[in-house]
Design a protein around this ligand. Structure first.
Ligand SMILES: Cc1cc2nc3c(=O)[nH]c(=O)nc-3n(C[C@H](O)[C@H](O)[C@H](O)COP(=O)(O)OP(=O)(O)OC[C@H]3O[C@@H](n4cnc5c(N)ncnc54)[C@H](O)[C@@H]3O)c2cc1C
Length: 523
């Protein structure tokens, strides 16, 4: 009889070191939790994938100290223009600033983000990435869950954790192991994707275009400074593997003025863009397994939301796991992860599919019909703004408050003689009370204030004459739009709720305490 291998114990196991797994590991380790990330690859993935993140995700990445290095390799989007086969405008989405203090849309290279996150993780004491570790079994354990996998040297190893988070991508092994069902929206198309580096600097105006030409729908957008992303739809009868050959891709790039003489083909790949949503985001032994990122949802890239959606999952999960692991909240709090996030992911999938249905039209008559509706409408409306992200589903938010679940504002403030973004100057992100009238902590009963401080809560008077100086009056306008004298913001920067009068701060904190303190167990 062979002796059982020793089992390592930890707080959280994350399966998959893609961007979502790495961000979650960083967020949890900032709170001091022990995290083992198990990744089957031996190094970060380097094929062309996401080129777009939004302002909300940029704020999350700011919180883990990544934006200072990522921003120089990002290009803010000026506009995303859709044109038909004749070059007429069908739609223009304009860039500008988002509510989170960052440009609404930033163009970049996913591989750059993954490298930065991997480096940040190596600087971290409590989280580590185990490269070359393929998970293949999951069992109940007295500690929570036991995860077994094969290491690159062929040896099997096991880690037990209180919680397991599956960040193992679209074909998630963990999702299969826990038999979590997945809904297929039935929309999928093959595309070839190429990242190209022109040898000379070229000004693209607008930065991003979508060519809705039924003879070959094509995406031509920024992939960050000095890099262009091209995506070509495979036509009926074309084989994806054949289309992804460099010779074929150069042929498709020719009409864009690109050739091996003036540009370098950095990476290329063929992808089938699908659209699926897990019906259960919490499963496995005792509900201790949570799905995040592409393991929970996949969508075509036309709204640039696949990665963004996964990073939002990580931001939502991190503070909830922190409160449950520390014993502040019961484990039933984790059920609110799915109730809050799944409706948002569904809306993002539906939007991406709707955009794809307009873009991937291959019949000339259907394209002409689409154009007849969209060309006049684009002339009439002019450029439109990026639509706001959908609000969270029900969960840890104030019942009956129409602003609950919306994103909180981040703007430039001045504080202690320095000027910059609120999160950088007014302290680390966490539970925050904000008021334009006074210090919102001043009116809290002592026991309420004690509890607020015990979860790391802070309070800020943000106004033109306050310690946190609203130098550009953005907060003034925001409070006025909300009709609020106090706002309670969660660590993921979504609003728990608002109060019309400063005295309402006490009730807001009490309501948050009730919402966090007595959640039900997962059934
Ligand atoms: C061409 C293209 C363009 C895109 N454009 C955009 C865009 O502009 N904006 C946007 O927001 N999104 C975009 N996306 C989507 C985005 O790339 C994905 O949503 C994102 O990579 C998902 O991250 P993830 O961490 O969930 O999964 P992944 O990045 O897939 O990471 C999963 C990890 O899990 C590992 N793994 C799998 N199984 C196991 C196992 N059994 N054991 C251990 N490890 C395992 C894998 O090796 C992998 O490293 C695009 C995608 C493509 C393909």
């Amino acid at each position: 009889m062979t002796a059982a291998l020793p089992v390592t114990e930890t707080d959280v196991v994350i399966v998959g070191a893609g961007p979502v797994g790495q961000l979650l590991a960083l967020l949890l380790s900032r709170s001091g939790w022990r995290v083992e990330v198990l990744e089957r690859r031996t190094r970060p993935f380097d094929l062309p994938r996401a080129v777009h993140i939004d302002h909300e995700v940029a704020r999350v990445l700011q919180g883990v100290g990544v934006m200072a290095e990522l921003m120089p390799v990002c290009e803010p989007m000026d506009a995303y223009e859709w044109r038909n086969g004749q070059g007429e405008t069908l739609l223009v989405v304009q860039g500008g600033m988002g509510i989170s203090g960052w440009p609404a849309s930033l163009m970049f290279c996913q591989a750059d983000l993954e490298r930065l996150l991997a480096r940040k993780l190596t600087e971290n004491a409590t989280a580590q990435v185990n490269w070359g570790w393929e998970v293949n079994q999951l069992r109940p354990h007295s500690h929570g869950c036991e995860v077994t996998g094969r290491q690159s040297d062929g040896a099997q190893a096991t880690v037990a954790a209180k919680w397991v988070v599956a960040c193992d991508g679209a074909n998630s092994t963990v999702r299969t192991l826990v038999a979590a069902p997945i809904e297929d929206f039935g929309y999928s198309f093959d595309w070839v994707v190429a990242d190209v580096m022109p040898h000379t600097e070229t000004k693209w105006s607008p930065l991003n275009v979508q060519i809705c030409d039924p003879s070959r729908p094509t995406t031509a957008v920024s992939g960050g400074p000095g890099r262009r992303r091209f995506e070509f739809l495979c036509l009926p009868g074309e084989r994806l593997a054949e289309m992804a050959r460099p010779e074929v891709i150069w042929g498709l790039l020719g009409p864009w003025g690109m050739s091996p003489a003036n540009a370098t083909l950095e990476r290329q790949a063929g992808y089938t863009f699908g659209s699926r949503l897990a019906s259960e985001w919490q499963a496995g032994p005792g509900g201790r397994v949570l799905l995040a990122g592409d393991a929970a949802h996949q969508m075509p890239p036309f709204a640039g939301q696949g990665l963004c959606s996964g990073l939002r999952d990580a931001a939502n999960l991190a503070w909830k796991l922190d409160l449950v692991l520390s014993g502040t909240s019961g484990e039933g709090l984790m059920a609110t992860y799915a109730t809050e996030r799944a409706p948002v992911a569904r809306a993002e999938i539906e939007l991406s599919v709707a955009l794809g249905q307009l873009i991937c039209v291959l019949e000339p008559e259907a394209a002409a019909e689409r154009d007849a509706a969209m060309v006049p409408s684009a002339r009439l409306t002019g450029p439109v703004e990026v639509p706001p992200a959908p609000s969270l589903g029900p969960g840890v938010t104030l019942l009956g408050d129409s602003h609950a679940g919306e994103l909180g504002l981040q703007a430039v403030v001045a504080c202690d003689g320095r000027r910059g973004l609120f999160d950088d100057l007014a302290g680390p992100r966490g539970w925050t009370l904000l008021s334009p009238l006074c210090d919102p902590l001043a009116g809290l009963a002592p026991s309420t204030a004690d509890w607020w401080h015990s979860i790391g809560g802070t309070g800020h008077h943000v106004a033109s004459d306050a310690a946190v100086d609203d130098v550009e009056d953005h907060y003034k306008g925001w409070f006025s739009e909300l009709g609020a004298a106090v706002v309670l913001q969660r660590p993921d920067c979504h609003l728990f709720g608002t109060a019309r009068y400063v005295e309402g701060a006490e009730d807001l904190v009490q309501a948050a305490r009730a919402a966090l303190g007595a959640p039900l167990r997962h059934s």
